[in-house]
Ligand binder design. Structure first.
Ligand code: GLU
Length: 311
């Protein structure tokens, strides 16, 4: 958000104390789960009078669907969810990731790794030491994760989360053997570079957060606050299959999908009743939104603790 000069503010006080974002990967059209993350992160940012940014995470060409990035942005526009600042694209930011990687390598925090999937199969895919049987022309680069790297953080919705990254994940891939940047490195670099204070996203990424925190520490970057939204479930209460979850939301009829996301966020449907168009619905949603009502939802793992609910 371009801050206007405001003489009444002390220059020491940042204009925006809250900076959130929505960071879709263009691997398909926006679906119910991604709309929940977009709308939920937008509502929390607006509730805090903060900025809300959109970042296109087009970092994985093998998984990218041609035209999907633009369709996702068009759908967001149809839903009235517009980025407060210029949209960054990860495909334009390779130099930043390279810089971070070089620093980790120079500090001895990262290392080249020739291990293949097959080499690591006996260890369940978890890398603790190199066991490569042959060198690879283009080794991966991994973050060295010390034994017993217990990371704890307080998620605003999911409560207290702990993970022993060494045990659960092992040495984290930063640059893949196919030469592409790993999501984990790019997201940490970009959240810091864009001054993101609050990461709000689906609970499917809860498991990635401890390794992102380790990476922030290794790079000397601040750790943002985290809030992981409930997963979108099917009518039978079970997690949506990949194909169900990939069912796109209809940009031509945004109101039903927004009502649905609002309900999944635990908010009272009556607050949006009678909304005739998107701007009207969003204004009502902003006014009525209560973060304390967001349900925790089923969690992939980890234990319960403090949250919006019992604070
Ligand atoms: N690009 C990731 C995805 O679409 C989300 C990244 C994030 O919110 O941290 O799943």
């Amino acid at each position: 958000m371009a801050a206007l000069p405001d003489e009444s503010r002390s220059p020491a006080v940042p204009t925006v104390a809250y900076r959130g974002r929505f960071a879709p990967s263009p691997t398909g059209d926006l679906h119910a789960g991604s709309l929940l993350a977009a709308f939920g992160s937008w509502l929390l940012a607006r509730h805090a009078d903060g900025a809300w940014l959109v970042r296109v995470e087009d970092l994985d060409p093998p998984r990218e669907v041609p035209g999907a990035a633009q369709r996702q942005l068009d759908t967001l526009t149809a839903f009235g969810l517009a980025s407060d600042e210029a949209i960054e694209r990860q495909s334009q930011r390779h130099a930043l990731y390279a810089q971070a990687l070089d620093r980790l390598l120079a500090d001895g925090r990262a290392f080249h790794c020739h291990c293949s999937r097959t080499d690591l199969a006996a260890a369940g895919g978890i890398h603790r030491r190199c066991v490569a049987r042959a060198p690879r022309p283009n080794p991966a680069v991994r973050l060295r994760v010390e034994d017993h790297s217990l990371v704890a953080f307080d998620d605003a919705i999911q409560g207290a989360i702990t993970q022993d990254v060494a045990h659960a994940v092992g040495d984290v891939v930063l640059r893949r053997a196919d030469g592409h940047w790993a999501y984990q490195l790019a997201v940490v670099v970009d959240d810091a570079a864009q001054g993101i204070t609050d990461v709000v996203r689906g609970a499917d990424l809860l498991d990635s957060t401890p390794r992102q925190i380790l990476l922030q520490r290794a790079l000397g970057l601040p750790t943002p606050r985290y809030a992981h939204l409930p997963l979108v479930l099917g009518a039978d209460g079970r997690k949506l299959s990949k194909s169900d979850a990939a069912w796109p939301v209809d940009p031509v009829r945004p109101l039903p999908a927004l009502h649905d996301a609002w309900r999944r966020l635990g908010q009272p449907p009556a607050a949006l009743e009678g909304a005739s168009a998107v701007p009207d619905l969003l204004a009502r949603a902003r006014a009525a939104f209560d973060p304390a009502l967001i349900p925790r939802g089923p969690r992939p793992d980890a234990q319960a603790g403090d949250s919006f609910h019992n604070r």
